[in-house]
Design a protein around this ligand. Structure first.
Ligand code: F6R
Length: 247
């Protein structure tokens, strides 16, 4: 495991984008595993900037996203498909046909999960998986549990997540209750993993994930077993790890 400590969010975003840049340059048809959420936005902004300056080419890149809300269409502005278009895909020369996100409108859960596992396998697996970190240690929508979910699965969102999301919707009834997510095995099979974290609100989750026991109660703790993980995190996110000098 390699840890890159950065001063702040901006530096974290630049360093993470650098690692993705290196992946794209060394393998122009790489399969990128992508994440949504607030943490990767700055990383995507750097990639867009480097594309616009002519330093990056996404024309052969393939991508698979970690997750999507069940019940939301790709054009819903709260969907992860919409997030990816507005934050990355529509600003670079990636071929939309080469981008993959679980289909939030598919009601046959078994079919959608097996389709998505097959998509990942057909691409030959993920070269570099980008991950954000939940405040409770979740990765993708793999929430703390008694066991690690292996493949793509449908998750019932926690009450806290549903309440937190309610502010984006006009009524509680519209807030998605379920999401499709890659499982821990899908993530662990990626050849390389890049976990990014910023801010004091991630310090405890990062500390437990990297220094605590490997347990499904802290899903990201499984990353300790991956042979090629890079952590790019700012001082605040790494504060507890530094305080306890555990790494
Ligand atoms: C997003 C995802 C989530 C987020 C995590 C952190 O695709 O899978 O696991 O990475 O919830 O979210 P932010 O970055 O908003 O703190």
């Amino acid at each position: 495991m390699r840890i890159y400590q950065t001063k702040d969010y901006q530096e974290m975003s630049r360093k993470a984008a650098n690692i993705i840049f290196a992946q794209i340059v060394s393998k122009p048809d790489a399969v990128l595993g992508l994440a949504t959420g607030s943490t990767p936005i700055g990383t995507y902004q750097n990639l867009v900037k480097w594309y616009q300056s002519g330093d990056l080419d996404f024309s052969q890149i393939r991508s698979v996203n970690l997750d999507e809300y069940k019940g939301l269409a790709a054009d819903n502005d709260q969907s992860y498909a919409y997030f990816m278009r507005t934050n990355l895909f529509s600003h670079v020369n990636i071929n939309p046909a080469n981008t993959n996100i679980p289909n939030g409108l598919e009601t046959d859960i078994e079919m959608e999960c097996s389709r998505y596992n097959n998509v990942i396998h057909a691409l030959g697996g993920i070269d570099l998986q980008l991950l954000g970190l939940g405040g409770n240690g979740h990765i993708g929508f793999n929430e703390p549990d008694d066991f690690f979910e292996k493949g793509t699965h449908c998750v019932k969102l926690t009450e806290d997540t549903i309440k937190a999301n309610a502010r984006f919707f006009s009524s509680m009834d519209e807030v998605p209750q379920y999401a499709y997510s890659m499982g821990i095995q899908n993530i662990m099979e990626a050849r390389k993993i890049l976990l990014i974290a910023s801010g004091a609100s991630k310090a405890e989750a990062l500390y437990k994930s990297l220094c605590g026991p490997i347990t499904p109660a802290v899903p990201a703790s499984i990353l300790q077993l991956h042979p090629h993980v890079s952590i790019v995190a700012d001082e605040e996110a790494l504060s507890l790890i530094r305080k306890h000098r555990c790494l």
